[in-house]
Design a protein around this ligand. Structure first.
Ligand SMILES: [Zn+2]
Length: 672
């Protein structure tokens, strides 16, 4: 009988030191690293996640230079042309480059390399890089503010990832020279000198500075880090204090997503626990005042109270995901993994067309049509184009920025651990190849249909045929929503207590073919959101009313095309949407009894995030709320008196599907 040597530990810290420096931990005096990023390409998507990334290859990520040539084509100033000189070119590559290396796609690598060479090649003697000529305005292009620190931060993220994929030896001297330049210039030209975006997004700059410090140990980088923090928007104070988060129109929606990481990134340098406390309190205020069930917030440009008909920008989703990925790796706190899955598995797939050829600028959690309606209430509307699906409608930032979402999520499925093992803090079908204790190369395959299924199977293998086994830790999270997890190693159930929200650490001699089975039972719950509306969840997925979608492709008028692109889709539904729940149906006991989960049997080889292919349906009782009507192109406000006393139809069985499978939906239901 095989004897299991398993030590179960929550937040276990090992004494393993990394021989050969495979993966780079924080260097003193920075906070200690428990989790380290693996080289780009070490983690491969499988199953539905692979379909998702492949859709990016055939969709806009792989072809943006053909679809949007005026901005990210040869004329782009980052490539030496006289065109766009700001964020959009780098945004695209920040998603294209990791996609290329994760999928090992030579064609895409070649496309990304053109930009990498242009960035590296543009560096001047003093360390400056990037466009440096401001030009007159031209419709559809951003040709000024070429010296702005902000778009250079996106380029820094690209170059870091490029190094994580290639170890190109030109990268370190390039960054070193630029950061010395920044240290010299920032006192005179602070982060917010050219545009306010630079100061708002300083956390992105800081993260790459500290990353380089870990590689080189150059002390001036710590000084630069302090300077960047000082010149950045004071996010930790904003989160700790809370007034701005309670006040509409104070913060740009995307900046909140990007700024969210700054206190934690800076924590590495300052090591002040108050910074981490500020994050938790900021998160709570966002949830209570601005929050949406997707983990994002009402922010149709500027933040607003979390009304389900306010918009949420696509850039907010991908930037918040990236922030959460950084926060998760730095803190190792599994709370942020729960949060990351909430955004990735709900907001993200809902806002991009399944074939990755169109996207929406503002998404509503209660979204009954995506049409051109001039009266829809957003704090900063862009004509009436914010909600339709197209390429440039709304504002074109998301067209270029959305590409980073899934590739970076994939890159954060697995980390190296400080005790020479591997950790899966968020779950998705994937495989990882990495070096563990004693330099042994390991492959772990993660077989799962998560987040639709409750079981994750990890199979250990050793690529080197001579290696039969090795000792190393495998760690994974127990989501906080899971009350009764079961973990088995080769079919044998772990006896130890597993804690919701905890980290399981399996330390043992792994043999080829060993299997860890993680069962995470999901139960249906109901939460209270805006105006006491009810939101149904199960595990990591939020559920929304299933509505049939009628997509109609239309052309923009010739005079609109420079700004909004050539065409767009409008979506409507023939279905009723004005349902409410009865309060008596929402008790934990009633939810278990009256809400029924049905597995649709949809083909698992098909892309699952669609109405047709949704793997799961919840059937439940609801009634039409007769006075709840459409208003200005959205689901109308739900007056309190309607909840209390308005007329209803007879009880019906309605169908809810995962939010990420919907495009039209009701997510927040009135209760009476
Ligand atoms: Zn955007």
């Amino acid at each position: 009988m095989k004897r299991l040597l398993i030590i179960l530990a929550v937040l276990a810290l090992g004494s393993f030191s990394l021989s050969g420096g495979e993966y780079v931990p924080n260097r003193a005096p920075l906070s200690e690293s428990r989790f380290m990023e693996l080289p780009l390409g070490a983690i491969k998507p499988e199953g539905w996640l692979k379909l998702q990334l492949q859709a990016q290859v055939t969709g806009l990520t792989g072809h943006l230079d053909e679809v949007y040539p005026n901005v990210v084509g040869k004329r782009n100033a980052w490539l030496g042309g006289d065109g766009d000189a700001w964020e959009r070119g780098p945004y695209w590559i920040d998603g294209l480059l990791p996609l290329a290396y994760i999928l090992d796609d030579q064609g895409l690598k070649d496309k990304a390399q053109v930009w990498v060479e242009a960035i590296l090649g543009s560096q001047k003697e003093d360390g400056y890089f990037g466009p440096d000529i401001d030009r007159d305005p031209e419709p559809g292009l951003q040709r000024n503010n070429s010296h702005d620190w902000w778009p250079k931060m996106v380029a820094l993220k690209i170059i870091k990832q490029y190094y994580m994929a290639t170890r190109d030896e030109r990268v370190i001297p390039f960054l070193d020279k630029y950061f010395r330049y920044q240290l010299k210039m920032l006192p005179k030209y602070p982060l917010g000198n050219w545009t306010f975006w630079g100061a708002q997004r300083g956390g992105d700059n800081l993260e790459v500075v500290l990353w380089l410090y870990n590689l080189t140990g150059e002390k001036y980088l710590l000084e630069l880090g302090e300077l960047i923090h000082e010149q950045s928007n004071p996010w930790s104070a904003i989160f700790a204090e809370g007034t701005m988060l309670r006040t509409p129109n104070t913060i740009h929606c995307v900046n909140l997503g990007q700024g969210f990481k700054e206190p934690v990134v800076y924590y590495q340098l300052k090591k002040d626990p108050a910074l981490l406390d500020a994050m938790r309190s900021g998160e709570k205020t966002i949830h209570d005042y601005l929050g949406l069930p997707t983990g994002l917030w009402a922010g149709d440009e500027l933040i607003n109270y979390g009304d389900p008909v306010r918009g949420s920008e696509l850039c907010t989703a991908v930037e918040m995901m990236f922030s959460l990925e950084e926060i998760l790796r730095i803190t190792g706190d599994t709370h942020w993994a729960d949060y990351l899955e909430r955004v990735a598995y709900n907001a993200l797939p809902a806002q991009i067309k399944d074939d990755f050829t169109a996207r929406q600028y503002f998404q509503q959690t209660n979204q009954i049509e995506c049409t051109r309606n001039t009266t829809r209430v957003f704090s900063t509307p862009h004509g009436d184009t914010d909600q339709v699906f197209g390429v440039l409608n709304g504002y074109p930032c998301c067209t270029t920025n959305m590409h980073q979402g899934w590739p970076k999520f994939t890159q954060n499925l697995w980390y190296a651990t400080d005790d020479g093992g591997l950790a899966a803090l968020v779950f998705a079908p994937s495989s990882v190849e990495a070096i563990v204790v004693d330099g042994v190369k390991v492959n772990v395959k993660e077989d799962t249909f998560y987040p639709f299924d409750e079981t994750v199977r990890l199979t250990v293998n050793f690529p080197d045929k001579k290696v039969k086994g090795a000792w190393f830790p495998i760690k994974f999270r127990i989501p906080s929503w899971c009350d009764d997890p079961v973990v088995k190693v080769n079919g044998q159930t772990l006896e130890e207590t597993l804690v919701s929200g905890g980290l399981v650490s399996l330390r043992r001699n792994w043999a080829k073919g060993d299997v860890v089975t993680i069962q995470l039972p999901m139960k249906i719950t109901s939460g209270e959101w805006f105006d006491r509306a009810a939101v149904i969840e199960r595990g990591p997925l939020v559920y929304a009313l299933k509505l049939r979608e009628e997509w109609v492709r239309k052309d923009f008028k010739p005079e609109e095309r420079v700004r909004y692109g050539d065409w767009y889709y409008e979506l409507t539904t023939p279905d009723k949407w004005n349902y409410c729940f009865s309060r008596s149906d929402l008790s934990p006991a009633a939810l278990q009894e009256k809400f029924t989960l049905v597995r649709t049997g949809a083909d698992r080889n098909l892309y699952p995030w669609s109405v047709e292919n949704s793997p799961l349906v919840i059937k439940c009782p609801a009634r039409e709320l007769l006075d709840w009507k459409a208003y200005r192109g959205s689901a109308g406000q739900i007056p309190f008196f309607t909840q209390l006393g308005g007329g209803t139809g007879d009880e019906e069985r309605i169908e809810l599907i995962p939010y990420g499978c919907t495009t039209l939906r009701i997510t927040e239901f009135p209760v009476r």
